[in-house]
Design a protein around this ligand. Structure first.
Ligand SMILES: CC(C)=CCC/C(C)=C/CC/C(C)=C/CC/C(C)=C/COP(=O)(O)OP(=O)(O)O
Ligand SMILES: O=P(O)(O)OC[C@@H](O)CO
Ligand SMILES: [Mg+2]
Length: 254
């Protein structure tokens, strides 16, 4: 792979272009045929990254899922978005090395990281040090429950800014604002805007982005990379809709 994933994140941030990631839940990967068809749709929609992971995975099929993706497209990077250190595969291109800085659960700030560090050092998986911040999306989501942490309020930007800045001062390079999967309210434009202005670094946004309008608003507020999970499970065509929208703005940017 020519450019590193970190470089790709940086260039989205620096160019003002917008990226799109599809979050694949390995538990949902059942039939080879239907998954293959969806991969084809994702390729056609020119997604930038596959994200792979879940709060609570039931099956041990991460490597198998990566192989299915790689068989059809070796070019689009597969990035682990792990709920725990157990969700590791050295067949991935990269791993969001998430530290849950919105919470005060030491295991998710540093514990899981220690348990996988030696294995990561031996692998060629690219490590992406990421400040992961849960934002209140109006409902308790799986990530809130599993992490046993309290999300940041969705309408109090100073708290999110202070949290993100602390992460930046600790050396984290990328930031992920997540309202939690299937959240009724996505991360608010004011939080996205305030965090982006403060950190001046690549910003990933996800959780509850289930319509083109919500996705556009996230991009316009400062998201460099949007992550879509549940909405795509319901309707694969959303990837194509977002892609068409991105083509129009990319034409305007250049
Ligand atoms: C860096 C290492 C080794 C581990 C990270 C450990 C951390 C900080 C985890 C954060 C807390 C957590 C449980 C995150 C999970 C994030 C994730 C992959 C969510 C995907 O969505 P789901 O919550 O599975 O959605 P569904 O319920 O819709 O499947
Ligand atoms: O499934 P959705 O709501 O798109 O959320 C994606 C991801 O950001 C959750 O961690
Ligand atoms: Mg899941």
């Amino acid at each position: 792979m020519s450019k590193s994933i970190g470089d790709k994140f940086e260039s989205l941030y620096l160019s003002g272009k917008k990226g799109l990631a599809w979050l694949v839940d390995p538990d949902d990967v059942d039939g080879y045929t239907s998954f293959s068809q969806n991969i084809q749709k994702a390729i056609k929609a020119k997604i930038d990254f596959f994200f792979l992971g879940g709060s609570l995975l039931q099956r041990n099929n991460i490597s198998e899922t990566i192989q299915l993706i790689k068989k059809q497209c070796a070019e689009i990077p597969v990035i682990l978005f792990p709920g725990s250190a157990m969700q590791f595969s050295d067949e991935a291109d990269g791993m969001l090395f998430l530290s849950l800085i919105s919470g005060r659960n030491p295991d998710l700030l540093i514990g899981q990281h220690v348990s996988i560090a030696l294995e990561l050092a031996k692998s060629s998986v690219e490590i992406l040090p990421t400040g992961y911040m849960l934002i209140d999306g109006g409902e308790k989501t799986a990530v809130h429950y599993i992490s046993q942490t309290i999300p940041l309020p969705n309408h109090h930007p100073e708290l999110s800014v202070a949290t993100a800045l602390a992460g930046k001062f600790l050396g984290l390079k990328y930031f992920y604002l997540d309202a939690g999967s299937g959240a009724p309210d996505p991360v608010s434009p004011e939080i996205i805007r305030a965090v982006k202005n403060a950190i001046k670094a690549p910003l990933i946004v996800g959780g509850g982005l289930n319509s083109l309008e919500k996705i556009k608003l996230a991009y316009q507020s400062g998201a460099d990379l949007v992550v879509l999970g549940n909405a795509v499970v319901q309707n694969m065509e959303l990837l194509e809709e977002v892609s068409s929208f991105l083509e129009t703005i990319h034409v305007r940017v250049n």
